[in-house]
Design a protein around this ligand. Structure first.
Ligand SMILES: *[C@@H]1O[C@H](CO)[C@@H](O)[C@H](O)[C@H]1NC(C)=O
Ligand SMILES: *[C@@H]1O[C@H](CO)[C@@H](O)[C@H](O)[C@H]1NC(C)=O
Ligand SMILES: *[C@@H]1O[C@H](CO)[C@@H](O)[C@H](O)[C@H]1NC(C)=O
Ligand SMILES: *[C@@H]1O[C@H](CO)[C@@H](O)[C@H](O)[C@H]1NC(C)=O
Length: 511
């Protein structure tokens, strides 16, 4: 029980159902002035960390920010039954900052606890297949199928909370009429503990809302014709069924009513290991200018495997030659057969540790298949005992993933053209500004001719940004019969039919 003894009489004690444990905790509701000073303390405490972060990148891209915000407003404008007082949401950088702090902890629970009475919070996490953040926002909204809206005649004196499914509070927070500000952050968490399961690499989304919703005994919004009950501060403004004011409205303190602020257990986060989706064009609104809708591809070439995954169990071919191992494989030794070259039954990450290519922090490695070998020798290396075998079996070796910086003009034809047997192309680092500093052509879409500039093709494919450059993986592939041109991300690529020579390649994100 946390309770500040010095707080004045208007303080409300609210019950908070904390996450899945459903432990009841009593917390104290404070006023907005106190919240501000609390937030300031919080900011100061981690200011160094924050400054270090903000020198780099924000924990959310402009693109993701707009996707999340636009989807919230779209869903809020379309609730059923219709809302008379639903307010337009705006992005709030302080909320983003608090979400970033929390996302940085990688804890699969709501927090920090001292802020939970002052903000609403929705969480999402996934691993494996890449998903846009809007996937989680939509999943929160989709709880609507379990939720029955409480009409005013049922709200006497309190509205019933009618949720026929496991959780509805993500939905009710999302459509809480007065929650007009949002700030979210995304963090990649290693070894995240999600209900006792350790996720090697999880993508964690934290969205904070203010003023908080989910007040016990209240409906999320008022029923009625859109914008007919907007607060005065909107001065009658209405847009897309939402109370709207250019520049947003003044921040209002949280309502001081004696109620409980509920936070229910998180839903089962999405866990799957399907192959990554193809590059997609996020399409928040059909009438967007196509030039302004960036194509983003987060498809990766390297496959994320577990410490135990045997090479034998993975697919064959070029896509299956680069792997990302989680940290901690030294503590969970898996079977490794051989030395220098390994039996296909060996764990990929175990072989990587044994040969010294990765350490207990995990990381990337390249696999080369070596065909049949008659004998595998045992040895103890780098903390891993491998076993010997005198029977013939298919084999492989592991190497570290080399990284090479290239220029905007570098082509695959010059650098690592497709050859059989398949070989690795190093991981590449592209400089910034390849949009302007190079005129080398880009031929194709998704599949590119190997006469194309690699870095410019990567910008075209949405794998890196012109502004920052960055890492990418290249997969040389055999030639294509045709390459289709398109205009994406500021680059017009060319079409090419029945090329006489030359091979092709694909580019992948490194995340
Ligand atoms: C908030 O609480 C502080 C400290 O108790 C008090 O001095 C201040 O007047 C309160 N502000 C409002 C807006 O109620
Ligand atoms: C493999 O054969 C060699 C020599 O033929 C022998 O010394 C070794 O013990 C055998 N190893 C195993 C694991 O059977
Ligand atoms: C890329 O090449 C593959 C294999 O030939 C083909 O299936 C795919 O449709 C091509 N994609 C595009 C966008 O041309
Ligand atoms: C490309 O990146 C450079 C360097 O960051 C920047 O100066 C330039 O404005 C960018 N061009 C476009 C069209 O975004």
């Amino acid at each position: 029980m946390k309770r500040s003894p010095s707080l004045p009489g208007w303080v409300r004690v609210v019950g908070l159902f904390l996450c899945w444990t459903r432990t009841v905790q009593a917390l104290v509701l404070i006023n907005s002035t106190q919240l501000e000073s609390m937030l300031n303390q919080y900011r100061d405490k981690d200011d160094k960390w924050w400054k270090a972060r903000s020198r780099g990148r924000r924990a959310i891209s402009e693109g993701d920010m707009h996707l999340i915000l636009d989807l919230h407003n779209k869903l809020r404008g379309q609730v059923h039954p219709p809302a008379s007082n639903m307010e337009h949401m705006v992005w709030d950088y302080d909320l983003e900052r608090s979400a970033e702090h929390w996302a940085h902890t990688c804890r699969w629970e709501h927090g920090p606890s001292h802020m939970l009475t002052q903000i609403g919070q929705n969480l999402g996490a996934h691993w494996g297949r890449d998903r846009p953040p809007t996937f989680h926002v939509q999943a929160w909204y989709d709880e609507v199928r379990y939720y029955s809206y409480p009409y005013s005649q049922e709200c006497n004196p309190h509205c019933p909370f009618r949720c026929s499914g496991p959780v509805c509070t993500h939905y009710t927070q999302l459509v809480w009429a007065t929650s007009n500000r949002i700030g979210c952050a995304i963090n990649v968490c290693y070894n995240m503990n999600v209900w006792g399961m350790i996720w090697a690499k999880a993508v964690y989304l934290v969205c904070n809302y203010s003023p908080p919703g989910n007040w016990w005994g209240h409906a999320p919004y008022k029923y009625g014709s859109p914008c007919s009950a907007c607060p005065d501060s909107y001065a009658g403004g209405c847009r897309n069924n939402l109370c709207y004011k250019e520049g947003g409205v003044e921040q209002r303190p949280a309502p001081e009513i004696e109620e409980s602020n509920y936070i229910e257990p998180e839903q089962e986060p999405v866990r799957d290991r399907e192959p990554p989706p193809r590059a997609q064009t996020p399409n928040p609104s059909a009438n967007d200018n196509p030039d302004r809708t960036p194509v983003v591809s987060t498809e990766q070439m390297s496959q994320q495997v577990d410490c135990e995954t045997k090479l034998r169990d993975r697919c064959k071919g070029t896509t299956c030659n680069r792997y990302e191992c989680p940290p901690g494989c030294l503590d969970r030794p898996a079977k490794v057969v051989g030395t220098a070259y390994y039996d296909m039954q060996s764990s990929v990450c175990g072989a990587g540790l044994h040969s010294g290519v990765i350490d207990n922090d995990g990381g990337w490695l390249d696999v080369t298949r070596l065909g049949r070998k008659q004998q595998f020798t045992k040895s103890y290396k780098n903390g891993i005992q491998s076993i010997g075998k005198n029977r013939s079996a298919n084999s492989f070796k592991v190497d570290s993933v080399p990284v090479k910086a290239v220029t905007c003009d570098t082509t695959v034809a010059l650098f690592c053209p497709f050859k059989k047997p398949v070989r690795h192309c190093p991981r590449l680092y592209c400089p910034r500004n390849c949009l302007h500093s190079s005129q080398v052509r880009v031929i194709g879409t998704k599949n590119y001719s190997d006469k194309s500039s690699i870095c410019r093709a990567a910008i075209h494919a949405g794998v890196i940004l012109n502004e920052s450059g960055g890492y990418l993986d290249v997969m040389p592939v055999d030639r294509r019969q045709q390459y289709t041109g398109s205009h994406q991300n500021g680059i017009s690529s060319e079409s090419l039919m029945n090329p006489t020579g030359g091979k092709a390649f694909r580019v992948f994100a490194v995340i």
